[in-house]
Write a new protein. Structure first.
Length: 410
């Protein structure tokens, strides 16, 4: 353990979370309250009960991990509820020193006859904007003593879905009864990208990019090529869940076919044993070249330690996690929560795990934090982003200096 970097210091430092699912980060008390209002049946209506039965510290399998999302998404189908949940997520991050977040969610999971895709994005933005305005109106930010809070929104397409995922998906299946599943999934992603482009460029909403989530095995990213081509044309940023539950080939496809700027998880990046394609004759050389390509282009890996531990038994002992090797290779890495509620974690806790397990130095920590700000899909102009990153890192240095001298941040 690196005792020089305390949990208290990590709490104070300016941080980012670039990989955080809204439906996995609903406050449990809010879930209980909204479930009662919406008539959603929960296995229990106490926080302690839900922590014991649904939102656990450890899960037996990925299927068990995903159980909680059925409950959270069930209460996220009105404008008011989406706004409230987004607002509270921002507040929770602000309270632990997180100064920039990218909230990702799949609007098609929440859209219905009363609320279309763009309206879902508007609702989430309203909640986040309210939290941002309140925070940035505070004396510390107004005086220039502390950096402001900002955010972006990422819309998730799904590699795979069924009619049971939501009423929107059910209607979409019904309207495309003569298309293959793969074609339906591709069309849904293209529809989502069109809504995101309209929300960003016609309405000015800070929806900064798209993501591709869901089961990797059997549902390759290439199916969604058209949506990502259109995103590229619309100047939208791109991230892809890849290398989480499938081999390095999934990461390769995400960055060479879908133009991914960042990779969600990327666990198999450095693992030749995870290569499955018979066409790859030298897996070790393959992953080496892939890692070099990613490093050279500063494609950032969104690492979520607790989530990986909970969904993959190989990482229950966190020393087995590839973060250490990623750091050794000087890859661009940022530490994220994935799901604050489902994984029962915070950015501070994730960073503390990284520091404690891999003996990270203060220099390592600073690099991780600065990558979070620099490789964000910040919704403003590039010069505004540079100024914001500089302000946040100056605040980092201020806190670190005061911590070394035994003082307290002002």
């Amino acid at each position: 353990m690196n005792s020089k970097i305390s949990l208290e210091l990590l709490q104070k430092l300016p941080k980012t979370d670039l990989h955080m699912h809204l439906d996995g980060s609903v406050r449990i008390n809010t879930l209980i309250e909204l479930a009662k209002e919406e008539g959603v049946v929960l296995p229990t209506y106490t926080e302690s009960g839900l922590r014991e039965l649904v939102f656990k510290d450890e899960y037996a399998s990925l299927d068990e991990y995903l159980t909680g999302f059925a409950y959270t998404t069930a209460v996220m189908r009105t404008r008011e509820n989406l706004e409230r949940i987004a607002y509270e997520v921002a507040i929770d991050n602000q309270q632990e020193g997180v100064r920039y977040i990218e909230v990702r969610f799949a609007p098609q999971l929440h859209a219905n006859s009363e609320m279309d895709i763009v309206e879902c994005i508007r609702a989430v933005n309203t909640g986040l904007d309210r939290a941002e305005t309140e925070f940035n109106s505070g004396a510390a930010v107004q005086s220039g003593d502390e950096p402001p809070f900002h955010y972006g929104i990422i819309a998730c397409a799904m590699r795979f879905f069924t009619p049971g995922f939501s009423s929107w998906y059910r209607r979409f299946f019904e309207m495309h009864g003569y298309s293959s599943q793969e074609r339906i999934f591709a069309l849904a992603s293209t529809e989502l990208e069109g809504a995101v482009a309209r929300a960003r460029w016609e309405e000015g909403l800070p929806v900064v990019g798209i993501d591709l989530a869901g089961s990797e095995k059997g549902w390759p990213a290439i199916n969604h090529l058209e949506a990502y081509k259109r995103a590229q044309r619309h100047f939208l940023k791109k991230t892809v869940h890849a290398g989480e539950a499938y081999g390095p080939e999934s990461i390769y496809q995400a960055i060479t076919e879908l133009y991914a700027d960042r990779i969600g998880h990327g666990l198999t990046l450095l693992d030749p044993a995870s290569v499955t394609s018979k066409m790859i004759r030298d897996p070790e050389a393959y992953v080496e070249e892939l890692a070099q390509y990613i490093a050279d282009r500063r494609i950032t890996l969104e690492v979520c330690l607790t989530s990986n531990q909970q969904t993959n038994p190989a990482y229950r002992d966190l020393h087995n996690h590839p973060l250490g090797k990623m750091m050794e290779r000087k890859l661009s890495v940022t530490i994220c929560t994935d799901n604050r509620t489902v994984s029962n974690t915070t950015v501070t806790n994730e960073l503390y795990k990284a520091v404690s397990t891999f003996a990270l130095t203060r220099s390592n920590l600073k690099n991780i934090l600065v990558y979070g700000f620099k490789r964000s899909f910040f919704p403003g102009r590039y010069d505004e982003k540079r100024a914001y990153v500089r302000r946040c890192m100056e605040y980092f240095e201020k806190i670190e200096k005061e911590e070394r001298s035994g003082g307290n941040p002002g």
